[in-house]
Design a protein around this ligand. Structure first.
Ligand SMILES: Nc1ncnc2c1ncn2[C@@H]1O[C@H](COP(=O)(O)OP(=O)(O)OP(=O)(O)O)[C@@H](O)[C@H]1O
Length: 265
């Protein structure tokens, strides 16, 4: 469904480190995969290549069998109809009702009123908001707003759902509700790729875990427990890979040291 073949992405010609470097990975139809990695590791870049917001500077990106580096720009809107996208900050229209927010995604592709009347309630039901169709986003909790965002992303029945930090603005209870909705959508056959920093959700929901570090895939585990990793540069310049709790402890210690340095200045 999504295939990266030796994909590299360099935003600017003189950029020192590539945003993605020689990434080869395949995500099958119907899979649920988490995309994890520290800030700046390339997760958003990965998602933007799947959406063909940009063309990779090296290698090939295939989505639903199409080579995205080869398709002409006029075919991009059609490609994107098959991909739903969920944003961290929901991006709902505040003045419109829940129903109208979801309907909007159908209006922009020219769906008929009859289709809208049929499909929007189905999408709201899928996210458990059928009884809140007449509310405005401001009258909903953060988790409910995100579920509206998910309904909008799936109402055109895409085969792929991409989510960039969908729980990033939510507390634990709401995050779990959102995860349960994403799981349900996945169980109905939609391929889900979710970029996230939420280690605890990644560990709990036992899906495939693809980890990026400095633009490279450093881990790809099916049904994997998430164990954070970090690279330590020793005084003699040698590098050491720490995994799991020791990596977290190391990162916390460095964070405290950084904060102390800032305070001292
Ligand atoms: N439009 C851009 N122009 C230049 N460099 C960019 C651009 N977008 C991203 N980068 C660089 O590419 C690298 C990867 O960034 P990316 O946003 O993909 O990481 P990320 O893993 O999504 O980070 P985060 O978790 O903070 O969202 C970073 O070094 C970033 O500075």
């Amino acid at each position: 469904m999504i295939k990266f073949e030796n994909v590299s992405m360099v935003y600017e010609p003189k950029q020192q480190n590539a945003a993605l470097e020689d990434v080869s990975i395949e995500i099958d139809r119907g899979e649920f995969a988490f995309l994890v990695g520290e800030s700046g590791s390339g997760k958003s870049t990965f998602l933007s290549l799947v959406l063909r917001e940009k063309r990779s500077t090296g290698g090939s990106v295939y989505v639903a069998g199409q080579n995205l580096n080869r398709i002409p720009s006029r075919r991009v809107p059609k490609l994107r109809r098959d991909i739903g996208f969920v944003f961290q900050d929901f991006r709902l229209l505040r003045e419109r009702t829940v129903f109208d927010n979801v309907a909007f995604a159908m209006e922009v592709i020219g769906a008929s009123r009859a289709q809208i009347r049929e499909r929007v309630p189905d999408a709201l039901k899928m996210v458990g908001l059928e009884d809140k169709a007449r509310r405005k986003p401001t009258e909903l909790s953060g988790g409910e707003q995100q579920r509206v965002g998910i309904a909008r992303a799936i109402v055109n029945r895409p085969s792929i759902l991409l989510a960039d930090e969908p729980t990033g603005n939510l507390d634990r209870k709401n995050s779990i509700e959102v995860m349960n909705v994403l799981n349900r959508i996945n169980q109905n056959g939609t391929t889900v790729l979710m970029a996230t920093h939420a280690h605890e959700l990644v560990s709990e929901y036992r899906h495939r875990v693809i980890e990026l570090s400095r633009g490279q895939v450093i881990r790809d585990e099916i049904d994997g427990q998430y164990a954070p990793m970090t690279t330590v540069v020793n005084q003699d310049g040698s590098r050491e890979l720490l995994v799991g709790d020791s990596a977290v402890e190391y990162d916390e210690e460095s964070q405290v040291a950084e904060e102390k340095k800032d305070e001292d200045q």
